[in-house]
Write a protein that binds this ligand. Structure first.
Ligand SMILES: C[S@@+](CC[C@H](N)C(=O)[O-])C[C@H]1O[C@@H](n2cnc3c(N)ncnc32)[C@H](O)[C@@H]1O
Length: 198
């Protein structure tokens, strides 16, 4: 099975289980900082939005216009139920077809860790393209180099990421100016978070 298919099939299988445990990862502090960098009427893309909580929900509750994209139908079904105010589209975030300059902000939490690392440069370039000038990108990836296919919540799952120095270099190479980057432990897991501006 292709790497992407492992991830999509896996999340289709565990969507309800994932949704039930998602609350342990608290990112309110980071999300508050993200929105402090955005204009009032911002249009935001949630890339790899999963089941819509807590991220899309946090943003629509504060009045933002949110579009979520994910390639797992089961995750999207839960997102549409839980956050009816947002728009949810089925698609691959490595192949975004939105016009250039579409969004004021892009958020992607715990999702880029599942994108094969050879696609990360293209992913960040495409995020840059669809953000408006001055737009803000906020995302997590892994802190260390790792690639594996392992059991996760009773299904087979794939992860892939370069070391954080490479992720930072790729984001800069895509054209972004770094606002802040840090390794944070949330919900018992350690991830690398970047805030960057177009
Ligand atoms: C760990 S979940 C995180 C979901 C959500 N962002 C959150 O914070 O709860 C990872 C999500 O990324 C999605 N995903 C992974 N690779 C993707 C891709 N290339 N395109 C679209 N969605 C993807 C998966 O389907 C899954 O819903």
């Amino acid at each position: 099975m292709k790497k992407d298919d492992v991830v999509r099939t896996g999340y289709n299988k565990i969507a309800a289980k994932y949704n039930a445990t998602r609350g342990q990862f608290r990112n309110e502090t980071e999300l508050e900082y993200f929105i402090s960098l955005l204009p009032k009427e911002a249009r935001i893309l949630d890339a790899g939005c999963g089941t819509g909580v807590p991220v899309a929900k946090f943003l629509v509750d504060r009045g933002y216009s949110v579009t979520g994209i994910d390639f797992s139908t089961s995750m999207l079904n839960l997102a549409r139920q839980q956050v009816p105010e947002a728009e949810f589209l089925k698609g691959d975030m490595t192949k975004l077809t939105f016009p250039a300059n579409s969004f004021d902000g892009i958020v992607s939490t715990y999702a880029i860790i599942h994108v094969p690392k050879e696609k990360h440069a293209t992913l960040y370039k495409n995020f840059y393209r669809v953000l408006k000038p001055g737009g803000v990108l906020f995302f997590s990836t892994g802190p260390d180099e790792w690639e594996a296919t392992e059991n996760y919540m009773g299904t087979t799952m794939f992860w892939s990421h370069p070391p954080k120095e490479t992720s930072l270099a790729l984001v800069k190479k895509a054209g972004f100016e770094i606002i802040r980057d840090e390794v944070l432990k949330r919900g018992g897991e350690t991830h690398y978070w970047i805030f960057a501006r177009k």
